[in-house]
Write a protein that binds this ligand. Sequence first.
Ligand SMILES: [Zn+2]
Length: 205
Amino acid sequence: MDELPEFQKNVLEVLRQPLEDREITISRVNGSLTFPSNFMLITALNPCPCGHYPDSNRCHCSEESIKRYLGRISGPLLDRIDLHVEAAAVKYENLNDSRKGDTSAVIRERVILALKRQQARYKNEGIHFNSQLSASQIEKYCVIDENGKKLLKAAFDKLNLSARSYHRILKICRTIADLAGSEDIKVNHITEAIQYRSLDRKYWD
Ligand SMILES: [Zn+2]
């Protein structure tokens, strides 16, 4: 869904149930029916109507209009989106940057290994992916040490995160560790997972 705030608010709010339960219930006078609705939501938006905020040289939107624009995306909807990434405009100096990241082929290999790791771990659980972990399975498979717990607690207090996001962050930690080829969740995996939940605090608070 490109330009997320351009969708009607009631359309956006309908996403909450399937994002949480992987099914959707349609209620009419004569009864209600529940359908499977398992999908991956990928969405993009500008931080203001003109698209240039926070660049104050180019963005002339009023504070009020920015607030109204971002306000179309509710907190509960944001809370159900696991990875928030800011794509800042590329500076001219960086266009010629000769540093190379990993190629898609290398990343693909890493993803396949992470999937295999999950399938082996959950072979007796009846699930395939970290995203499917229940609360009790999270306790079993997303174990973090004392330092990690302290770090998470500090992040929760600072970012005022919800109980729902706590479980979601632990699953992201698990996935980051899997991508790094690590059976243990380490502090740097936790820091990275928290960072994906910091953007809403930057723009929506
Ligand atoms: Zn603007």
